[in-house]
Structure formats: C-alpha cells, structure tokens
Design a binder for this molecule. Structure first.
Ligand code: ATP
Length: 516
C-alpha cells in the first residue's frame, strides 16, 4: 500500500513537471529555458511509464483474499482471536455443541488415536446480528487458533479463476499455520445452488472450496466455519457429510439471553442504580444481539450528550426508541390536519392492540421518526414460540386498526397504512400458504401451486384480511370515546406512555354490575 502511495505521489509530481515543460515550449520562461531537450524527453518518458504502470497495477485483480493481502502480511499474533466464550452471552446450547469441536482441536491426539476424524465444517445460519461471527471468533480464542476471516463476496470476481485462486491461497495459509479457523461470512455469495445457467466463475470458486474441504487430511487441524442468513439457498454438495455437515441455527435471543447480552455490553458502563436490566430485556423483544449491543452503546452516547455521569433508564428508553423507530425528525413540518390524522391512526392501533391484548403498548407517539409520522411501541409480555390462529387474527386486526380508525373518523383513508397493509397481508399469506389456516385446509402451498392457483389464494387471503378489518372496526366503534380521548391527548402532548394509556381506559371502564 505504501509503495502504491509513493508511486502515486511521484506520478503526480512528474505530471505537473511534464505539463509545465510542455507549456514552456509555447510560453517560454527564463528559468526553464536552461532545461535541455534530452532532460525534457526523459521527464516525459518517465511520466508516461509511471502512468501506464499505475493504470495497469490498478486494473489487475488481487489473487489473494483481503485477509492475506500485502497490507495484511502474515502476522500470527495479530490473527489470534482474543474473544472467548465469556464474551458470548446466552446461546448456551450452541456453546455446549461447540465444546466438542474445541476439545478436538485442543486434544486432537486423543481423538486421532481412536480413529475419529476431526469435523471439517460447521455452518452457522440464522438472522443477521445474532452472534455468528462472534461465536467463530470465540472458537478460535478458546483453541488459541489463527482466525482467518473472509467474506463470501470477496471471492466473487468478474475474472474467471480469481475467486478459485483466492480460496486456494486462503486454505494454503490455514494449513501452514494450523491450528486455524477459516471463517467464511455470507457463504451464500459463493455457495448457492449450481444450475444450468449459472455463472462459470462462481461455479469454479465453489468447486475449489469443495476440493479444498475434501483435501485437508486429518493431521491438519483446520476448521472451516461458514455463516449464512439463507441455508435454503446453499448447494447440496456443500452440505453433505465431510463438508459443512454440522448446521447450527443461531436465532434471536430469548428473554434470558437478552438479559445476559445486555449485561455483557453494559459491563464497563456506569449505570444508574435504578436500572433494572430485566426490564430493558423485556422491552427489547425480537431484537438481535447486535441491536442490543447498539442500544447499550447508544444509551452511553445519549448520557454523554445529556452531560450525565451515569446512564439512567431515560437514556436506555431513548436508545431503544432510536433503534426501533429510527432517528427523531427535528423541526418536522407536518400540517395540523395531517397531525390529527396520524393521532387518530396511532390511537386506533394502540386501542385495538390493548383490547385484544396482542402486545403490551409501551408508548404511542406522533413525533415523526425515520419515515414514520407516528408509531406505537409495543412488546409481548413473554417470549412466544407458538401462536394460535386467533392470535394471528388479532395481530391482523391491530395492524389494520390504524386504517380502520381513519375510516371511522374521517370517512376516508390515507396512504399512512402502507406498512401496516404489507405486514397484515404477509401474516394472512403465511396463514394460507404455510400454516394451513384457511378453508383450503391443512396444506402447505408451494411456489408452483401459487403460480397456477393465484386467484384462489387471493380470495383466501382477502377473506382473512376482511375478517380482521371488520373486527378492528367493531372494537373502534365500541370504544369511540377512548379513541378520541387518546387522539386528543396525543395532539396535546405528542406522546403517551403505558400508564397514561391505562388511566384513559380506566375513565371509560364500565362499573361492574352489582347483584341486587
Ligand atoms: P451477520 O449475519 O450480519 O454477519 P452475525 O450473526 O455474524 O451477523 P455478529 O457479527 O457476530 O453477528 O454480531 C454483531 C455484534 O453483536 C457482536 O460484535 C456483538 O457485539 C453483538 N452480539 C451479538 N450476539 C451476541 C451475544 N450472544 N453475546 C454478546 N454480544 C453479541
């Protein structure tokens, strides 16, 4: 890199000198007239040679992956991972599963004597930010192995053979410096299913990876860990025994794991005594480890901005809101009429969600954030893994309640429900196509079926959405006073928290019938 920079600087200087000498021919200046024609020619020639060299060196593809490129010369110590299992919160069952692999690397002789083969490939799959890279680094840290990181996309090149060459060099280095862990992130970039129209370069790269994985023998302690968000896209050959034969799902953390992740990421931060990590874990349902780490960091930044010496719950709430709903728009220019529409829309969502108990409403706001003019923050009171048909219907009703409220109050609807419609339609589609919750009966509908029976499926999806919408309208109509009360409070204060919402509901609570 330094050499390239030096050449670039010399090239710029010689271009400037050449240009000055060239113009001197037409506008002679006394100082330069002494430069002989031979010297001038030499400077021009050097400039042209440097220019050609620079252009050519920049267009040449790099034949080694970035982890091995010249600016990252092999440095055993630097490539050692300092992450251990202590830094990975939650994911206990995965750590337990990986323990055997770690033992294999640390005590390989024990296994070899028994004739057991070292597992070559482990595949982590699951949503983004759930700790796949962190786990791979921890395996390297726990075994004191070299950690070689490569992203699938850096093997994808337009020049045929370059990706394959990069795979080869990566494995060569891993074998030379074993024990080592090769981590290939986004492995789907090179490992997707091969088909007739597929691209030659990608196939060559994948073939090379398969060859390399078959190639290393039991004496070389090299483990390849792949990570992907889409296991279903990967080529069968990559997943068969002897290659990536251990598939480990790394999902979003549950309540307990969220608490542990937040503890890891607040360990070195000064927290106010009033902070209860369990409460924060409850409010962050569905978020990934990366998002939780981001919330902890964001809370610290907000505390500094507020000139605080400790991070309090207000900073955490602000950080959660920032991550869930986006950046607050400063000085929004929302028309008064639009503000009223948004307040009715959000009040509708909150009202139906509360009546149907779909989730706990944490906050309602009409302060624009990100692209939304308003939002309702809600979270389930416990982690759920199974949902009943009725619960899915309730979710649809809560999603469509914003549009329903607009219809009920203004007798017209706006474009504000686009995102809600997307989400509600997607739940209804899943109910019909994946969960067998429609009049089509207990069946799964595949792509092929959808293509040829689209109209029938559309009718089923519409039936579900209409039913959910009708229920939302019924609840809104029955609780019209609460709807207006919530909307008016929002117009006045812009936000309402869960306690304030409870108080509004209490005002309209019907007294219990007393037996006479
Ligand atoms: P992607 O699929 O997008 O590559 P990933 O699953 O590899 O994401 P990581 O890069 O491992 O996710 O995680 C990002 C960050 O999130 C980590 O550096 C860490 O700070 C935090 N994190 C995620 N999961 C955990 C966890 N279980 N414990 C502690 N920190 C975590």
């Amino acid at each position: 890199m330094k050499r390239k920079k030096l050449i670039f600087i010399v090239l710029i200087i010689s271009i400037i000198m050449s240009t000055i000498l060239l113009f001197d021919k037409y506008y002679p200046s006394p100082g330069l007239s002494k430069v002989k024609i031979g010297d001038r020619m030499a400077i021009w020639a050097v400039t042209i040679i440097l220019l050609i060299y620079y252009v050519r060196s920049n267009s040449k593809p790099q034949l080694v992956p970035s982890v091995l490129s010249s600016e990252k010369v092999a440095n055993k110590e630097r490539d050692k991972s300092n992450v251990s299992f202590k830094d990975v919160a939650g994911l206990e069952e995965i750590k337990e599963e990986l323990q055997e692999t770690i033992d294999f690397i640390n005590n390989s002789n024990k296994y070899r004597k028994m004739g057991a083969k070292i597992p070559k490939g482990i595949l982590f799959y699951g949503p983004p930010g759930t700790g796949k890279t962190l786990l791979a680094k921890a395996v390297a840290g726990e075994t004191n192995s070299i950690f070689l990181y490569a992203s699938g996309s850096e093997f994808v090149e337009k020049y045929v053979g370059v990706g394959a060459k990069r795979v080869r060099t990566l494995f060569e280095r891993a074998k030379k410096e074993a024990p080592s862990i090769i981590f290939i992130d986004e492995i789907d970039a090179i490992g997707t299913k091969r088909n007739l129209e597929s691209n030659n370069e990608k196939d060559q790269t994948l073939n090379q990876l398969l060859v390399e994985m078959d190639g290393f023998n039991t004496n070389e302690t090299v483990i390849v860990i792949g990570a992907t968000n889409r296991l279903d896209l990967l080529d069968e050959a990559l997943l068969r025994p002897g290659r990536f034969d251990r598939h480990i799902f790394v999902g979003n953390p549950n309540m307990k794991a969220r608490e542990q992740i937040l503890e890891v990421h607040t360990k070195n931060k000064p927290l106010d005594k009033s902070i209860n990590i369990i409460d924060i874990a409850k409010k962050t349902h569905g978020l990934s480890g990366a998002e939780l780490a981001n919330i902890a960091n964001e809370a610290a930044i907000i505390a500094v901005r507020n000139n605080k010496t400790k991070i309090s719950i207000e900073e955490f709430d602000a950080a959660i809101e920032r991550v869930l709903a986006g950046l607050e728009v400063k000085n929004p220019t929302v028309l008064l009429k639009e503000k009223k529409t948004v307040s009715i829309h959000e009040a509708g969502h909150a009202l139906v969600a509360k009546v149907l108990k779909t989730e706990m409403v944490q906050k309602i706001s009409i302060v624009p954030r990100g692209q939304a003019l308003g939002y309702v923050l809600k979270f389930p009171d416990e982690d759920r893994y199974l949902l009943t048909e009725q619960e899915l219907m309730n979710k649809i009703s809560a999603l469509l309640a914003g549009r329903g409220a607009e219809q009920l109050v203004f007798n017209e609807v706006t474009t504000g429900a686009k995102d809600d419609l997307d989400k509600a339609t997607s739940i209804a589609r899943e109910m019909v196509c994946s969960y067998g919750m429609s009049s089509l009966g207990p069946m799964v509908v595949d792509e092929h079926y959808i293509k040829h029976n689209y109209e029938m499926l559309r009718v089923e999806i519409k039936k579900i959405l209409d039913k959910g919408y009708k229920e939302a309208l019924r609840i809104l109509e029955e609780n019209k006073d609460i709807l207006h009360h919530v909307s008016n409070t929002l117009m006045e204060k812009e936000t309402i928290n869960s306690e304030e919402l409870d108080d509004i509901f209490k005002i309209y609570e019907k007294p219990m019938d007393c037996a006479t």
